[in-house]
Design a binder for this molecule. Structure first.
Ligand code: SF4
Length: 398
């Protein structure tokens, strides 16, 4: 469904009488990459330094922020620049974005401002400019330290770029650094994983995310695997390797606080936690999602349509209104991603005694090896996380 926000009322009408809370968490999607990686399903277009598309995008983005300004909370707690590749923006681009956001809003004293970055974009000047702009967290797309795996993933950066980037970020004084890994890659051995883990230990990295390689539909990797299914590791090996990875994390003081995320004390991602505990958030840029309970809405997934729309002060978006059963399913899914899990009383307060009883009955059918019950609290074990999809089928209300 295509709607227009040029009068702001179309979103307002959806929210009217909903007694909603204005989002304190902002996501800004930067839809450019130097090259598309074969496994990636995030929305982005190829960045061309020689045309003015990026400038047109920045102008459109500033307009979108102004159009939706009335939805943003007075006090902002987190800002996340994701993509795509936000490290392709200049500090002038970023300054313009922050100036528009801050016109009518203040930043919380504990504000977390994260930027996603590719290791080969990192320079001393760039990081120093980020710091001056108030960016205090970097999420670095390392993916893997081994050249053979970087090549398989189609990444441009090298192990030396990665080490250099980590060094620069820490020397410039941004201590809150997260690195992303992709594991479960063809031919991956325990020794390969150990090399990756050493990167964390040798550089005192306080936070990391680990994603198992997944084959997303319509990606180049999906085609490659379809033609060579034997390329993928078998399930037993993936489970074995992944459990070893988890064990190293625990032995080295990392708290596995979310299915894919690990942190040293006080370094959990505040922005992502807001998603996992169903806080309202607002997204800007093509394909960006927003959630203002009970409405989820998302921008058109096309830079071209986004630019044309905002040129005419309108923006194509779609939305859904989440009903109580859907909200229960989302709550169960996102809360069980967290080690904290689900507190039965909280579930009952939010969704009523019938749904809570349904949850308890279904949970009883799942082995404690996967879903643990500790007095009033239910949480998945690390083995449970490895089969989370199957567990959710049992717990969802269909
Ligand atoms: S993985 Fe990152 S750099 Fe690669 S295409 Fe996706 S968003 Fe772009």
């Amino acid at each position: 469904m295509a709607n227009s926000i040029n009068d702001n009322y179309s979103i307002n009408e959806l929210l009217v009488n909903k007694n909603y809370t204005n989002p304190e968490h902002l996501y800004i999607h930067i839809p450019f990459c130097k090259k598309r990686c074969p496994y990636c399903s995030f929305y982005s277009t190829i960045y061309d330094n020689n045309d003015n598309t990026k400038d047109l995008f920045i102008s459109a983005l500033l307009k979108e922020i102004k159009l939706k300004d009335f939805l943003i909370a007075k006090n902002i707690r987190t800002i996340y620049l994701g993509g795509g590749t936000p490290s392709l923006l200049t500090s002038k681009d970023l300054e313009q974005i922050f100036n528009v956001v801050l016109k009518n809003h203040t930043l919380d004293d504990d504000i977390e401002i994260t930027i996603e970055a590719n290791p080969d974009d990192i320079t001393k000047d760039l990081v120093s400019e980020w710091k001056n702009l108030g960016i205090n967290r970097v999420s670095l797309g390392v993916e893997n330290i081994l050249e053979k795996h970087l090549k398989f993933l189609g990444r441009e950066h090298t192990a030396s770029n990665i080490r250099n980037a980590i060094n620069i970020i820490s020397k410039q004084g941004i201590n809150n650094l997260s690195v992303d890994f992709i594991i479960g890659l063809p031919d991956e051995t325990i020794d390969d994983l150990k090399e990756n883990f050493k990167l964390l230990i040798n550089n005192d990295i306080p936070h990391f995310s680990t994603y198992l390689l997944t084959i997303e539909e319509k990606t180049r990797l999906a085609k490659l695997i379809k033609n060579n299914p034997k390329l993928m590791l078998d399930d037993d090996k993936i489970i074995n390797n992944t459990l070893q990875w988890y064990q190293w994390a625990s032995e080295n003081g990392y708290h596995h606080y979310e299915i894919s995320n690990f942190s040293l004390p006080n370094y959990k991602s505040k922005h992502n936690l807001a998603y996992w505990i169903q806080k309202n958030y607002i997204g800007f840029g093509p394909s960006a999602h927003s959630y203002i309970n009970p409405v989820r809405f998302w921008n058109v997934t096309s830079l071209k349509k986004y630019l044309i729309g905002l040129e005419n002060n309108s923006l194509e978006y779609d939305y859904e209104i989440i009903n109580k059963n859907e909200a229960y399913n989302e709550y169960v899914m996102t809360r069980l991603r967290l080690k904290e899990g689900i507190y039965f009383d909280d579930l009952k307060n939010k969704f009523g005694p019938k749904r809570a009883q349904y949850f308890a009955n279904q949970a009883c059918k799942i082995s404690q090896k996967y879903l643990h019950k500790d007095q009033n609290r239910y949480y998945l074990t690390e083995r449970g996380w490895l089969i989370m999809d199957k567990i959710l089928v049992e717990l969802f209300i269909i």
